[in-house]
Design a protein around this ligand. Structure first.
Ligand SMILES: [Zn+2]
Length: 139
C-alpha cells in the first residue's frame, strides 16, 4: 500500500476567538486533555470580522476538542489568568477584576467620533461597567 505516507494530516478549525489571549487559553486547556491545537491569526479578515484568532486541531481531534471547549466557553474568567500586578489591564476600582467593559457612546457622539476619525475618543471620559460586581465608573 502506497499513498498514506504522503498524505498531509488535515487540520480543522474548531473555534474562533476575539483575541489571542483567549485562543491560547483554550489551546492550553486542550493540551491538558491530550489534544494538540494550534492558534492562527485571522487578521487578514480583520476588516470584516473584527479580528481574532482561530484554533485548529487535527481532524480526528476536532469533535472532542469542540466538546471540551463548549464546556468551558461559558466565559473564561480572565482574573484567573491575569497577574494581579499587571497594570496593562483596566480594572474595576471596586473589586479589581479585569472583566470590565466600556459603555457604547451615545449615537450623536459616536457619529462625531467617526467624523473626527476617533480623535475625540482620546479626550472623552468613558463609562465603564464591571461585569462582576456591576460597579459603574467614569474615566
Ligand atoms: Zn467590580
Amino acid at each position: 500500500m502506497k499513498g498514506g505516507f504522503y498524505m498531509e494530516k488535515k487540520r480543522e478549525t474548531i473555534k474562533t476567538f476575539r483575541n489571542e489571549i483567549e485562543a491560547h487559553l483554550a489551546k492550553t486547556l486542550l493540551k491538558q486533555e491530550g489534544i494538540s491545537a494550534t492558534v492562527h491569526s485571522i487578521s487578514r479578515y480583520r476588516a470584516m470580522t473584527g479580528g481574532g484568532c482561530v484554533l485548529k486541531t487535527l481532524h480526528e481531534d476536532a469533535e472532542k476538542g469542540r466538546r471540551i471547549l463548549s464546556r468551558i466557553s461559558a466565559d473564561i474568567d480572565m482574573d484567573e489568568y491575569v497577574d494581579r500586578d499587571d497594570l496593562s489591564y483596566r480594572r474595576c476600582p471596586k473589586c479589581n477584576t479585569v472583566s470590565v467593559k466600556v459603555a457604547p457612546l451615545p449615537g450623536k457622539l459616536r457619529a462625531f467620533c467617526i467624523l473626527t476619525v476617533g480623535l475625540l475618543l482620546l479626550f472623552l471620559k468613558r463609562d465603564w461597567t464591571c461585569e462582576k460586581c456591576n460597579h459603574h465608573w467614569c474615566e
